[in-house]
Design a protein around this ligand. Structure first.
Ligand code: SAM
Length: 365
């Protein structure tokens, strides 16, 4: 498999673009971690442990599995914890989050915590050779390494198909590369445990990840193009280098590195946004639907807003996260967010916001 063309640059993402406080809104990602808790190893025979979390964002969700993992360590053990994410991640919030909850992590001072941050793409080696016991990654491995050129197309359906082919091929290459890098860092016998957003097998409409927000976003973006607020070129510039794999694709990539890794577990699970459960338990009043729309649209924008900004900057020299969000960009984003909420309330309020998740646990050979 190969890419259609040379990559266009690093997939420099940031979850910090103003509107979205990722820690507050990443509720579905927090739920997606829960089924993985059963995969965490027992550490009761360790006196020291080295853990890396790849793609930690603002850090709050990382603490869920971390606390479960560390609960089995003997008292007075030493924990070296490295949090990895992209250089433009919101590292201030990571630091505040971790320090404000240090007591919980160390079980009230029962454990010695050595905290490191790693502002580096996980498509590089980010930690020294054979130094990690447990690698973790939550909702981060669907991000591809690079922006990719738009494949040639003559119609919208053709573009969707070709984009999917392009991303499927690239995701396979990227995951193999990533697993080879992690194999350098993780000790023999060490674990790599991860969850990632995926896709059900097949081609039906049920495959649309988080259908209500995706459909609402498509309609809202079309409105902005029709109103002249956004050009078609900007719309195409929003093509995010993210690929939701099927479990068959995941297995294919893992099988390609069987010399380095043994698969101990692969599974899938549909994860539903907690706001959907709250809606089902409610009277389903206008206010309840409004709250559902608010929660799921804020959720999507807290992780996805960056790609909208990137698209708006398609014709500019400085497209990256070095440049803060301008007032003009903020206005477009706010308009888009309000339209998305309106479309969810008016047309998609009875669709569950859910994502198919993939789970794996690997052991380093
Ligand atoms: C959806 S968030 C998940 C955050 C958190 N792990 C959780 O479970 O809520 C994905 C994170 O992966 C990070 N990420 C994406 N590509 C990355 C890369 N190449 N290297 C390191 N982090 C990356 C993003 O910056 C983002 O913070």
């Amino acid at each position: 498999m190969a890419t259609f063309n040379a990559p266009l640059g690093d997939n420099e993402i940031t979850m910090k673009t103003g509107k979205g406080n990722y820690n507050e809104h990443a509720l579905l990602q927090a739920r997606a971690i829960e089924p993985a808790l059963a995969l965490l190893p027992d550490l009761s025979s360790h006196a020291s442990i080295s853990i890396v979390d790849y793609g930690c964002s603002q850090g709050s969700n990382s603490l869920i599995p971390l606390k479960a993992l560390l609960s089995t360590l003997p008292a007075n053990s030493t924990v070296s914890l490295t949090l990895n994410d992209q250089p433009f991640n919101d590292w201030n919030t990571v630091s505040r989050t971790l320090h404000s909850r240090e007591d919980e992590i160390t079980r009230g001072g029962d454990l010695k915590l050595i905290l490191n941050i790693s502002p580096n793409s996980f498509y590089n080696q980010v930690i020294q050779d054979a130094s990690v016991d447990i690698a973790l990654s939550w909702s981060a491995l669907s991000y591809l390494q690079h922006y990719l050129p738009t494949p040639p197309f003559s119609s919208l359906p053709e573009m969707v198909t070709r984009r999917k082919q392009r991303n499927t091929a690239q995701a396979h290459i990227d995951l193999i590369n990533l697993l080879r890098l992690r194999a350098l860092e993780i000790k023999k016998g060490g674990y790599f445990i991860a969850t990632l957003g995926g896709m059900k097998e097949g081609d039906g409409g049920e495959n649309i990840a988080s259908a209500p927000t995706t459909y609402a976003m498509m309609k809202a973006l079309q409105d902005l193009v029709a109103a002249g607020t956004m050009t078609t070129t900007q719309l195409l510039g929003m093509d995010p280098p993210i690929h939701e794999r099927t479990v068959t694709e995941l297995r294919g990539s893992l099988d390609s590195v069987s010399d380095l890794w043994t698969i101990q577990h692969i599974s899938t699970q549909t994860i539903i946004h907690p706001a959907w459960d709250s809606l089902q338990a409610s009277q389903k009043s206008e206010q309840d639907y409004k709250e559902y729309a608010e929660s799921i649209v804020d959720w999507v924008f807290s992780a996805f807003e960056w790609y909208i900004i990137k698209g708006l900057r398609v014709a500019e020299e400085e497209k990256g996260p070095r440049k803060p969000v301008t007032d003009e960009e903020r206005m477009v984003l706010d308009d888009l967010i309000e339209r998305c909420k309106k479309y969810v309330r008016e047309e998609f309020k009875d669709l569950p916001c859910q994502v198919e998740y993939l789970y794996f646990k690997l052991v380093r050979n």
